[in-house]
Design a protein around this ligand. Structure first.
Ligand SMILES: [Zn+2]
Length: 271
């Protein structure tokens, strides 16, 4: 099993994120797994996860380099980690940073979280990075849907603008695009490089309600949906995500694609 949506921040950052999640009024949730470093990895592996990403994102200048270095160090010592870093335009030198990440450091892609960074996915400052990523088959994972608590619902349009310019750029829309499922279905129909991750979908937790695009969606995009959990920042036991997806009864072949094969293909992993 491959989990495409796992966060891997250094302890101080994780603790700040967990505090934010648990602050009343933010509309988020209590964190079930307050784990970092070795305990984070060993717990995840105990659920049957064999390979997993290291998603990070930045909200101020200077942070992205620190996060990327943390990821790189961990991933160089653990082959189960699929190194994903991030780019923050406010740091400047986007082309230079992207070259280093993808031509020297071996990152498989980046995570962007526009609601946190304040930088949209179609920010032209990112285009230098997209050009390099497209050329090297790297993957952009982005959280552009309004779930769980954001206002902007124009994420699919923004991705569409990016793909007009970089039609071969591989994109994973986090959380299946919740809650604008219809927008993202249309986007995926138009652009074959658009993929989805399942994180927090179909679990129907009170803080992320009505979060299922439906069985038809999974069947229709069965070659482009990748299993993801959002571990460790989830409000329920890890197993809930697995059970909720299996309850869709997609069949063994489709489950194999979602839980492993689609990720292997997208990331060109050795099988
Ligand atoms: Zn996440």
């Amino acid at each position: 099993m491959i989990d495409i949506h796992v966060h891997y921040f250094p302890q101080p950052l994780f603790e700040a994120i967990w505090r934010f999640f648990e602050t009343r009024g933010h509309g988020l949730w209590p964190i079930h797994y307050k784990l970092h470093g070795k305990a984070h990895v060993e717990t995840l592996v105990s659920f049957g996860v064999e390979r997993f990403t290291t998603l990070v994102y930045a909200h101020k200048p200077g942070l992205a380099d620190y996060l990327n270095a943390y990821v790189l160090q961990a991933a160089s010592a653990d082959a189960r980690m699929l190194p994903f870093g991030t780019i923050f335009c406010g740091d400047g030198e986007v082309r230079h940073r992207a070259r280093r990440m993808f031509e020297e450091d071996g990152f498989l892609g980046i995570k962007l979280h526009p609601f946190v960074s304040g930088e949209e996915v179609d920010d032209p400052r990112l285009f230098d990075a997209y050009e390099i990523m497209e050329a090297h088959d790297k993957v952009l994972i982005c959280h552009t849907g309004s779930g769980p608590v954001y206002d902007a619902k124009d994420g699919a349009d923004r991705i569409s603008r990016v793909l007009t310019q970089f039609p071969r750029l591989k994109i994973v829309v986090a959380h299946c695009g919740a809650f604008e499922y219809c927008h993202y279905e249309a986007l995926a129909e138009e652009h074959p490089t658009v993929h989805f991750d399942t994180a927090m979908n179909c679990v129907h937790t009170p803080v992320f309600p009505n979060s299922c695009p439906g069985r038809e969606f999974f069947l229709r995009f069965q070659d482009r949906i990748l299993y993801g959990s959002d571990y460790p920042n989830i409000p329920y036991p890890y197993d809930e995500q697995l059970k909720s997806l299996r309850a869709l009864q997609l069949g063994e072949a489709v489950e194999r694609k979602i839980f492993r094969e689609n990720a292997e293909r997208l990331l060109a992993l050795p099988i």
